[in-house]
Design a protein around this ligand. Structure first.
Ligand code: IMP
Ligand code: MG
Length: 191
């Protein structure tokens, strides 16, 4: 258990609790459910940050009466931080999706948007494959340092201008397993 206790020393405060995250996901699922009633839908999760969100959102959508159906799930791997706490602005596609999204309704599922470059990069990549429709769902909006204009159709929660970890979000591959969202102490990334 020392790993968990040690990890908590690196955190400043909890920003959103497990129930608050769950409620935000229910709200997004309801909105998506209304927009794609009984229609086939492809959800594209962006690894690794959106792993928890994608898993919970797909199951929340199942509970929406007359929601989208069938639902297909796939993942892309994108990286922008390169181990630092600031986005490098250079986005790399580490892993491509495997499903053919041509002619399909597609919703991109992303953990957090800050500058917007990562999401815009993936939106461009997807739209080149001619989906029938393309929307984006983001759990966390950090609207303070937007560098490009990106349309996000479904937003869960707004976070403060701090480095956030937990619920899939990492710092140097750690903290993804926290069930809540927390601010990371700035000493951790200045060490
Ligand atoms: P953007 O390209 O600046 O919008 O950055 C988006 C990507 O940076 C996300 O997919 C995350 O992987 C990462 N990111 C941005 N802010 C945070 C944060 O506070 N904690 C962890 N990862 C973050
Ligand atoms: Mg991400």
């Amino acid at each position: 258990m020392t790993g968990g206790a040690h990890c908590q020393d690196d955190l400043l405060e909890i920003v959103y609790t497990e129930p608050e995250i769950a409620q935000a996901i229910e709200c997004m699922a309801e909105a998506i459910g209304r927009d794609y009633r009984r229609q086939p839908l492809v959800l594209l999760g962006v690894l690794k940050g959106a792993q928890c969100l994608t898993a919970d959102l797909t199951r929340a959508l199942i509970r929406i009466p007359d929601g989208p159906s069938p639902i297909t799930v796939d993942f892309a791997g994108l990286s922008s931080y390169g181990g630092s706490h600031r986005s490098s602005g250079k986005i790399r596609l580490e892993k491509d999706i495997e499903v053919n999204i041509g002619g399909q309704n597609v919703v991109i599922v992303e953990d957090i948007i800050e500058g917007g470059l990562t999401l815009r990069h993936f939106q461009t990549l997807c739209s080149r494959r001619h989906p029938r429709s393309l929307r984006s769902c983001v759990l966390l909006d950090k609207p303070y340092n937007r560098r490009v204009d990106v349309t996000v159709h479904y937003v869960g929660l707004t976070v403060p201008d701090a480095f956030i970890v937990g619920y899939g979000l990492d710092y140097q591959e750690k903290y993804r397993n926290l069930p809540y969202l927390a601010k990371l102490r700035s000493q951790v990334f200045s060490e």
